[in-house]
Every structure is written in C-alpha cells, then in structure tokens.
Design a protein around this ligand. Sequence first.
Ligand SMILES: [Zn+2]
Length: 471
Amino acid sequence: MKYDIVIGLEVHVQLKTRTKIFCGCDTAFGAEPNTFVCPVCLGFPGVLPVLNHRVIEYAVKAGLALNCEIASLSRFSRKNYFYPDLPKAYQVSQYDEPLAVNGFIDLTNGKRIGITRAHLEEDAGKLIHSNERISLVDYNRTGIPLLEIVSEPDISTPQEAYDYLTNLKAIIEYTGVSDCNMEEGSLRCDANISIKPNGAVMLGTKAEIKNMNSFRAVERALTHEIQRQIKLVDQGGKVVQETRLWDEKKQTTSSMRLKEEAHDYRYFPEPDLMPVRISQEYVQNIKETIPELPQARMKRFVSQYNLPEYDVQILIADKDLADFYEETVRLFNSPKMVSNWIITEMLCLLGEERIGIRECQVTPDYLSQMLQMIETGIISGKIGKDVLAEIFRNGMSPEQIVKEKGLIQITDTNELESVINKILQENPRVVEQYREGKKQALGFFVGQVMRLTSGKAQPEIVNEILKKQLE
Ligand SMILES: [Zn+2]
C-alpha cells in the first residue's frame, strides 16, 4: 500500500531575556547548579509570580516574524504533572488562549507550512542521571522563558522538516530574541508523525519523537520512524499513541511512555497571574523593530550582489555571517571575491575552532585590507590565505603581518630572472625535455620558483620570464 506521511513539529525556543519569566533570577547558561534560584522559581508556598515584560516583547516579536496574529488577550494556565524537575508540580504555560496564532513559514521549495500557535511557558529543571542509582536535579533552568512554536501537520517529508527547522531558526535568530543554540538547549524540537493510506481523510495515530539534538538528527529520526510505521501497518499491526526516543548511536527510536492526553494534565487558569492584554499600538511598535528577515535578505543578496544561490544560502543562514559579508563588501566592492573568501577560507578557519564569525579576530576591516593587497598585487592569493590564518590566530593587521614576515610579492624582474636562471642551470635534463616538446615541464619550473621564493613570486611574471628563457 502507498502511504501519505503527516509530520508536525513542536519547537521550543528559549527567549534570551536577562532574567526568568516570573522572577528576577539570572538566566545565564553554565552556572554552578542551583545557584540561580529563588523561592519563586523553586515553588515555595506563599510566593507570587511577576510576569517579565521583556518576555512578552520578545514573544510578540517572534510571533510577528513568523507571520502570526498577536492575540489582544492571552492567558496563562497551570499544566499539572509530577516530576522531580518540576518543583511546583505544575508548569505555567499558555493553553487555550495563546499569545500568537495562525502564522506560517515558506519553505525553500515554495511550500507554505502553517504555524498553529506560538505560546509562552516556563522551562522545567534539568535532571542529571549521574549513575544507575543517583539522579541529581539542577533548578537553574526552572522558570526560564520558552516560546513553543507548533506547526500544522503540513510537513510531508523528513527533508521538508529539516528545511522548516532551518528557516525557523534563521528567522528567530534574525529577530534576536533567542540565540537558538541547540547544544545549550536553547532550541529543542519534538516531532509528531503518522502515516495514512494514500488520499485518506482521517489522520493515522501519531507517535511523538523526542531527544533529537540536531536538525539532521530530526531528519534521520523521521526517516527511520516512517519506515517503522509502514512496516508495522503493512504487517497488519497498529501504531500506538506514544512518545518515542531517538537514539543517535543506534539510529533507531524506542518507546519511552504512552502519550498523555491533554485532560491528563488537568489544565486550569493560573490564578496568580493577570491575563495579558496587548494593544495594537504595542504590536505596531514592535513590528517596526523587526529587521529584514532571511527570505527578503536572500532575494536582495541575489539582485544586489549578483551572487549565485549557493553562496547566498550559506551567507544568509547565519545573520552574523551575512552582516560581516555586507560590511566587508562596503569596504571592498568585489561581491563575489568577498563571498568566495568567506565561504571557503573563513568558514574553514571558524569550523576548526568551532566559533562564530563575531568571536574571531578577523574583522571586515582586516579582511577588506587583505583583499585589497591581493587586488593590487602586493601579495598573491596563496599568500593571502596564510595572512588570513595569521590574522585569525593573533589579530594582527594584514599590513603588519605582510611587513613583519616579508611576504610582499616579488615583482622585480631582475630578481626573478636570477632565480630562474639558477633553476634552469640546475636542471639541464628538464630544459632539454621542454625543448623537445614536453610543455608540462613548465609547471615543474614554476613550482621550483615558488619553492625558492616561499610562494612570493608573482606567477604571471614568472611564466613570462620562463617562456622567454626556454624558447
Ligand atoms: Zn527565581
């Protein structure tokens, strides 16, 4: 039988506010466990939550960037469940009256994926299972503001899921409300997936998949889960509603628990918090602070800089990288050359150190100065790579590096002629071969010149002299 695949994604984005959603505790990542806590986020009796206004601002901004309508009235509820990472035994979350609804994200293939809702909630603590007998809990994360973004079940393939996530992350990063760092858990994704006979109206029973720590892992987990469900149904079995965990090492999903229904959580309105009222004026003011978003920027990059789509996609995916690119082009107006250097050399250096472009010592100023040196023939492109690596390592200016290391290109014809004559004298056999018609011997001589001049000889002049001497 042929099946339709139905995928919906739930993405939790941690909002980058300085303090937590209902108390003044710091939200910084990586602190000593249980140092950023207070009676409010630890759920002591008698305390009252106070809503952090910055959280609302950020959520509205993200909602607008995701093309959502912002509700003029939204409300917090209590979602009740017992678990050691939840000191109050309930999580404050928006339930039937979320802050943002009816948005969408356009995929690269042109398909539009609906966003059902984006609602606010507080994060739970973090359990650390140190060994089989002991589990520890860190409440620093408790009460950190999250925006949960729920898609419509419009996604039909694992590749579309990957594309949706990549786009969503780029949009949120551009708004600046979250750093979307998956390794630090500031972006998390769960997937709902079901299959149904080709063309059937009724949706199949869905399984929820958790524990995927990269977008590629989501893609792999979905591919695996589709195969599992198809095999199961083909053999006459039934998919059960459950939560399954992705195991990246084994590349498989396994059942974690049967999925709760909404009524298991006994939602009820949070009595300690007022409903959130948002005026049109407030929404309008925030709208004006939203920067150019990735898709608009992508179109502009293609038309303004005449770059191939491949380059644009890489540059745009990271806002800092795209900003860095534009600043460099402003200083050195050769868009394709700048793009080539950033995409190949810069990304390679950054990848080795696993850092972002703003964390390294290369600035648009330095990169443009270095490119200018290549353009005017002061250094060769090959030397340029070494200079860039040197700036990257110790933050010196290109001028300083070229001067101190004596990297200025040799364009002096007399100097190059004497080097070339020496090489020709030392290799009479190769000279003979060249004259007998083995023209590729020229490459050997060029290589020798570069070796003796440490790559500083100007290649065009070398070629010219060599040919003249050999003929
Ligand atoms: Zn607190």
